[in-house]
Structure formats: C-alpha cells, structure tokens
Design a protein around this ligand. Sequence first.
Ligand SMILES: [Zn+2]
Ligand SMILES: [Zn+2]
Length: 320
Amino acid sequence: MSDELRVKFWGVRGSYPTPGAETVKYGGNTACVEIRAGERTIILDAGTGIIPLGRELAQRRAFEVLLLFSHLHHDHTQGFPFFLPAYLPTARLHVFGPGGTPETLSRVLEHNQSSETFPVSLRDMASSKDIRSVRESQVILWDEAGIRVTESAAGAGNEAVVIRIHKSYAHPGGVYVYRLTWRGKSVVYATDTEGYVGTDRRLVQFAKDADLLIHDAQYSEEHYWGQLAGFPSTQGYGHSTVTMACEVAAASESRQLVLFHHDPAYTDAQVAGMESAAQAHFSAAQAAYEGMELALSRASSAPAAPLSARERDVKYAHHD
Ligand SMILES: [Zn+2]
Ligand SMILES: [Zn+2]
C-alpha cells in the first residue's frame, strides 16, 4: 500500500468540454479529480473527466468509491451518466454533496437521467448507491469501519481519511469546498469560487497550512475586468482570477497551489501564460493539466512535482 496521498487530475476545464488542437496540452474534459489514500479512492466532482477515470477504476477493480460533489452545475455532474462503475453490480458508490436546493442531491441526479434526457435512469444503473446530501457542519470519515458521515472527527482511527466541508457563497447557488486529510497531509479543493477584495478570509482560514490547494483560476485579469477584446467583464460570475487564487494560497500558507477550472475559451498558450503569471505571485503554483499526478509524501514538506511531467513534455512537445 502506498504511503503517499496521490492526487490525479482527470478533468481541469470549467463550464463545458473543449476538445481540439488548441487544448491538447491542458486538456478539455470538465472537472474531476481523483485522490488515492492507500487503497481508498475519493473522487471530487463528476465532469467528463470521470469517464476515463471510470474505465480505469473498472480495470483496477476499485469497486468502493466515495464521490463528492462541490455543487451540481452541469460541468461537475455531466460525466456521471457515463461513469462505468455505476453500471457494475459489484460496485458500491457513496455519493455525497450539497443539498441546498429544494431538491435533494439524489433528486437532482435522478432528474439529470430522466427518460426525456437520458436512456438509463439512475435506478437502472446496477451499482449499489448511497446518495446523500451532507451539511457543512458534518465530517465525512473513511476508516477501517467504512465510510460514514458524523458530527465530529472524534474517534477516527489513525488511518482515517477525514473530510471537512466549507460552504462558500462566492458562486451562484453556493459551493462546497472540501478539505481531505490523511496521515497528516491535506488537500483543499476550492473550485467554482470567486475571490473577494482583500481575499476570502473564511476560505483562507479553512485552507490554512494545506499541503495542496486546488483553486479556481478561470480568468485572466484582463478578462475578469472586461479588458480582453471580445469578452465582457466576468466579475460576479463566481470564478477567480489567477491573482485571487494566489492570494488565498499565500494567505493560507498553503505549500502548493494548482490552478483549476480553466476557461473553455482559453488556448494552451493562454493557460501557460496564466501559469507563469501565477508563479510570479506564488512560486509553488502550476496549472492543472489532464493526467497530472501529484504524490504528497509524509516524509517531505517540499511541493510535489508532477509524476508525469517528463511524459507530458515528450507527448506535447510539438504543441509548445
Ligand atoms: Zn464549474
Ligand atoms: Zn459552477
């Protein structure tokens, strides 16, 4: 069993999938991040990135999976109807997320697969599914006793994966930010959130001393402020600029920042430019790309370099 907390990016794009020659380097699938804590698999969001992940999980025979939704916008749910393990009778899915809308989480997912919009209903997917809306005050634990939702982390074993929830209001309808901790290493997943003037202090507090902060960085400064030709200002849309992401990383003293939820209109060159801009503010920053995998080791406090960096440079060299 690996001692490292592994984080792999399967979908890094915001809003809608973006195939094409201009998005090969960073990738075009929508939000999906996989975290592996030993034998346990936790998935953050079910954008289209969850589709290839599902195929791999089926091969790996990882049949118990915890899937957490940040919120239920399309780009975070649209891969779920194509998530292969959901069709396997041997798979057990624990699906948790916000329930702030009048419909519960399961109702929204059922609605996404109503007979008018999709040929297979949620109920007809053969896996066993525990679908639950969770509250901000609750803690999700995964230890030797299994997965459970509790009111506190008291009594969790040393090997427990502990997941805390922060509800952000800096996105239309609200969004859950998750903080996952295992063996002293922690990852904060803060997608679909807009920064405030002077930073989002509640988020900074929640992300304090994270080993890895995954933060929305959808827009360039020019775009956000309405100075990018052909694009209106996006202030109030519920997404951050690179500067806002860096401010949260610095103020929370996170060890490492990954820019996430790239704008679908941006080319690889634009995202690369944003990555450079971020590094000028916060040196341990990088833009997420599809296939990027980071290993957070208990023994090291240095920022983790992508495991697949060399492979990616070879693969995409002709596009740079
Ligand atoms: Zn989104
Ligand atoms: Zn959203």
